[in-house]
Design a protein around this ligand. Structure first.
Ligand code: SDX
Length: 429
C-alpha cells in the first residue's frame, strides 16, 4: 500500500510529498494538512473526496452497500437490539451487558420529563408550525435550562448532556406533534420502553388508556436503529463543525436538526411520501421518471440516490421488510402507496439513467410508508429521523471533543471575486 503521494507541477516547481494514512477499514487518505504551507489549497465543493475527521463510530462501504455501527452490521443490530442498546453502542463503543443495559435504561427513564417552563417555548409558535421548527427551538432552548453542560472539555458533563438529549428529545418530538394538533401534552411513562413511550406520548390522550401495539413498537425501535448514525453526513458534519468552536451540546444538536430538515437529506422521507401521493397511481410513474431524468427540471426522484451508496442502501432493504411486517400487522398488505413504491423501485432500477448512475432507493424511500401506516403524519417523519439521529449526533460530538487532534473547523475557499478596487464616493457613482 502506498505510504506517500507526490504532487508534481508542470511549471517545474518543487514537487510536494504528502503522507498517506490508512484507517482500519475503507479508503486510505492523503494527509493534506500541510499543503497550505506550500501555497495550495484543495478544492472539493460538497466534500465529495474529503475526510474531515477520523472516527471509530460508523463505517460505510458505498460500493458493497455495507453499514456497521462500531463494527456490527446494521442487519444484526436491527434484528436483535433495541434502540437504547444501539445508543449505548454508539456512545460508549460497546454493546451493554445486562447491568450496563439496566443502568443506561434507568438513567434515560429518569430524565424523560422536560423542565415545566419549557412547555412555554412550544406556545410561542402558531399551531401549524412545522414540528422541525419547534424541535430546533426547544432543543436549542435546553442550553438555557441546562447551562451546567457548557463545559464541553469535561467528559462527565458531555455524558450528562448525552443522556439528557437521549431522554428528552422523544418528549420534545412528541410534544411538537401534540401542539400541532391541539391536543394536551402527554407526559412520558417511564415503565414503557423507548419506542412504546414515544408512541404513548404521540397517540395517547388523557381521556382513555392507550396500549402501544407491540409489533408496531418493535418496528419503530428498528426504524430508530436504522436512522441512528451514518458517518459524516450533512447534519453530523454540521454538529461537528458547530461543536468545533466549543459550542454547547444543545446548540450543536439544534444545528444538526436544522441541517437534517433539508429535502436532500432527512427531509426526503416527507418529500418521498408527498411525491408518491402526487403520483397517485402506477400509470403516472413514467411521467415522474421522465421528469427526474430531465436536466431542465429540478425534480429529483425522492428517496433515490445517495452520496456514498453506489448499491442498495442496506437500510432501505430492512425498511422494505419492516413495511411488509407493519402493513400485514395492520391488515394493509394491499396498501396502494406501498404497491406504488415497489413498482416505482422496480421500474427505476431497470431504467438506464438510474442504473448507470447507480441510483438506488435510500433509507428515506420506504420509511415514510411505514410511519404513515403507523398513523404518524408526514410532517413528523423528519422529526422522528432527528429523534433517532440524536444518538449518532451526540456520539460523534462526544468523540470530536475527546479527539486530541480536534481543532476549530475553518475551511478556506477559492476566491473568484473582484481584485482590489479604488473606492468610488457616492457623488461619483
Ligand atoms: C439521506 O449522507 C448521508 O449519509 C445521508 C443519509 C443519512 O443517513 O444521514 O443517508 C440520509 O439524506 C439520504 C438521501 C435522501 N435524499 C433524497 O432521497 C433526495 C433525492 N436524492 C438526491 O437529491 C441525491 O441523490 C442526493 C442528494 C441524495 C445525493 O446527491 P449527490 O451525491 O450530490 O449526487 P449528484 O447530485 O451529484 O448525482 C449524481 C447524478 C446527477 O446526474 P448527472 O449530473 O450525473 O447527469 O445522479 C443524478 C444527478 O442529477 N441524481 C438524481 C437523483 N440523485 C442523483 N437524478 C434523479 N433523481 C435523483 N434522486
Amino acid at each position: 500500500m502506498a505510504t506517500k503521494a507526490t504532487i508534481s507541477f508542470d511549471n517545474n516547481s518543487p514537487s510536494i510529498d504528502l503522507p498517506i494514512l490508512k484507517g482500519s477499514l475503507g479508503t486510505d487518505v492523503i494527509d493534506i494538512r500541510n499543503l497550505g504551507k506550500h501555497g495550495y489549497f484543495t478544492y472539493d465543493p460538497g466534500f465529495m473526496s474529503t475526510a474531515a475527521c477520523n472516527s471509530a463510530i460508523t463505517y460505510i462501504d458505498g460500493e458493497q452497500g455495507l453499514l456497521y455501527y462500531r463494527g456490527y452490521p446494521i442487519e444484526d443490530l436491527a434484528e436483535s437490539c433495541d434502540f437504547l442498546e444501539v445508543s449505548h453502542l454508539l456512545l460508549h463503543g460497546e454493546l451493554p451487558d445486562h447491568k450496563q443495559r439496566e443502568e443506561f435504561i434507568s438513567t434515560i427513564s429518569e430524565h424523560t420529563m422536560l423542565h415545566d417552563q419549557m412547555s412555554n417555548v412550544f406556545r410561542g409558535f402558531r399551531r401549524d408550525a412545522h414540528p422541525m421548527a419547534v424541535m430546533i427551538a426547544v432543543v436549542g432552548a435546553m442550553a438555557a435550562f441546562y447551562p451546567d453542560n457548557n463545559n464541553v472539555a469535561d467528559p462527565e458533563s458531555r455524558k450528562v448532556a448525552a443522556m439528557r438529549l437521549l431522554a428528552k428529545v422523544p418528549t420534545i418530538a412528541a410534544w411538537s406533534y401534540k401542539y400541532n394538533i391541539g391536543q394536551p401534552f402527554m407526559y412520558p411513562k417511564n415503565k414503557l420502553g423507548y419506542a412504546e413511550n414515544f408512541m404513548h406520548m404521540m397517540f395517547a390522550t388523557p381521556c382513555e388508556e392507550y396500549v402501544p401495539n407491540p409489533i408496531l413498537a418493535r418496528a419503530f425501535e428498528r426504524i430508530l436503529i436504522l436512522h441512528a448514525d451514518h458517518e459524516q453526513n450533512a447534519s453530523t458534519s454540521t454538529v461537528r463543525l458547530v461543536g468545533s468552536s466549543g459550542a454547547n451540546p444543545f446548540a450543536c444538536i439544534a444545528a444538526g436538526i436544522a441541517s437534517l430538515w433539508g429535502p436532500s437529506h432527512g427531509g426526503a422521507n416527507e418529500a418521498t411520501l408527498k411525491m408518491l401521493e402526487e403520483m397517485g397511481d402506477v400509470s403516472r410513474i413514467g411521467e415522474f421518471i421522465k421528469r427526474a431524468k430531465d436536466k431542465s427540471d429540478s425534480f429529483k426522484l425522492m428517496g433515490f440516490g445517495h452520496r456514498v451508496y453506489r448499491n442498495m442502501d442496506p437500510r432501505a432493504s430492512i425498511m422494505r421488510k419492516t413495511c411488509h411486517e407493519v402493513l400485514n400487522e395492520l391488515g394493509l398488505h394491499d396498501d396502494p402507496m406501498f404497491k406504488l413504491a415497489m413498482e416505482l423501485e422496480k421500474i427505476a432500477l431497470e431504467d438506464d439513467y438510474f442504473v448507470t448512475r447507480k441510483l438506488y432507493p435510500n433509507v428515506d424511500f420506504y420509511s415514510g410508508i411505514v410511519m404513515r401506516a403507523m398513523g404518524i403524519p408526514n410532517s413528523m417523519f423528519t422529526a422522528i429521523f432527528a429523534l433517532a439521529r440524536t444518538a449518532g449526533w451526540i456520539s460523534q460530538w462526544c468523540e470530536m471533543n475527546a479527539d486530541p487532534e480536534q481543532k476549530i473547523g475553518r475551511p478556506r475557499q477559492m476566491y473568484v471575486g473582484s481584485a482590489r478596487r479604488e473606492f468610488m464616493p457616492l457623488h461619483k457613482r
